[in-house]
Design a binder for this molecule. Sequence first.
Ligand code: FAD
Length: 496
Amino acid sequence: MEQDRIRTVLIVGGGTAGWMTAAALAHKLADTGIAVTLVESEEIGTVGVGEATVPHIRHFNASLGFDEAHFMSETQATFKLGIEFRNWGRIGDSYIHPFGVFGAPIDGAEFHHHWVRLHHAGQAAPFDHYSLPCEMARTSRFAHPSTDPASPLSTFSYAYQFDALLYARYLRRYAEGRGVRRTEGRVVSVDRSEDSGDVAAVRLADGRVLAADFFVDCSGFRGLLIEGALGAGYEDWSHWLPCDRAVAVPCERRPDSGITPYTRATALAAGWAWRIPLRHRTGNGHVYSSRFTDDDAAEAALLAELDGAPLADPRRLRFTTGKRRRQWIGNTVAIGLAAGFLEPLESTSIHLVQLAIGRLLDLFPTGSPDPVDATEFNRLMDAEYDRIRDFLILHYCATQRDDTAFWSYVRTMELPHSLAEAISLFRARGVVPLYRHGMFLEPSWLAVFLGQRMIPDAVDPRAARTPVPDSAASAQAWRGALVAQAASLPPHLADA
Ligand code: FAD
């Protein structure tokens, strides 16, 4: 490489991660003269699932200048207000983890402390009955949030559910329109520089050699560069998150049913099933643990969950939950499944792709890659993976189910210290680990703790100062206001 300038970037892989990276680089590096090429193999294809997102994706789309209505119609997208969890605390339970807050402070103490008190007094409705997006989800209503802090419509955010293949295609058109070159071909080997050990080029099955100054490994679970060539190593978390397989199948949407503005995650005997409503079909899948069930039984369990006729043969996937020990090494950064995988229970993979792209652009080397850039990138990604990991594990361990060996295992397994401490903190008197930004802030933890019956033993003294009837009246007034607000909103995608 010419000493102090990156002139060429090669992205290996054209799934959601590859094309999101290509689109963002095309946009951000437009005036730098840096040439971006993406190589992908149609023969290998993409993982082809990944339909539910979190609200941060809106910032990604906006940063590229996408028009929401156009993007949504091109990707068959629906709005997503949260996730409904069925059968997680106990069989028959249901709660929604919304993109929004619960209640409003009463006498200066946070709402959930009052809710705990009312719950102990037998006077509380389920926690998610005090959240506007949950009410909107249940009644299939949607409106965009308000920026007026006085409006109840300012208490939530939203994301999308879309066809991931169409999203990759949409990004591809954008990226190619801004100069990204796409090459079709199968990478068979990777050349490394003898001096630095950095990746120098990839070789394709037809003999072509693609050299570059900087590489982004978006090759999916294979991790062709980051693992195959650079041997980053993998931290395996399957003892905490034992699901290691999935079977996915799209199905017809029942003509009589509207399109629900939320994803559903139904706990099954050895894992859980997702249901993601799109405009043209419903996406379904079952994530399960091969230690506790087999592929045929898992497929049968999924097919029993569908609300319409299957539109394709079920597709089976295998994975190991965890992350690469280093996601940026030398002149190579791994993004997407090449970097790691946390099962899709909270729809976080595409978010992790977005986060990695954002940080890569912040740190994008102007000269030769500097090891401190890699250190900072790896620190951030490690912290984010760890935090999401703990939040996902919480869904499993905060269960009272003992009806199958799978649930007995996850209910009693040893937890990461960070999560065990967060649970102790909450159980004592409802204090949630404090995160000021990023994924899964206080309302998310509350949704799962309280939705899955992990109720604090004691009431926070700040809430205990208010007489119970006053707390109850405030909670009831809030609930009344949000029910009326939701009822005043239009049906979700009434025109779709
Ligand atoms: P892939 O889609 O696997 O793409 C890899 C690319 O590399 C392909 O283009 C492939 O052709 C190319 N490639 C591989 N090897 C070679 C080679 N030798 N030569 C040339 N090219 C090669 N995420 C969410 O955010 N929400 C969800 O709801 C969600 N659900 C999921 C459900 C399941 C069961 C799974 C497994 C994942 C889910 N994800 C979800 C994750 C999401 O699918 C991925 O994060 C996202 O699609 C990014 O994948 P990727 O681009 O990294 O990999």
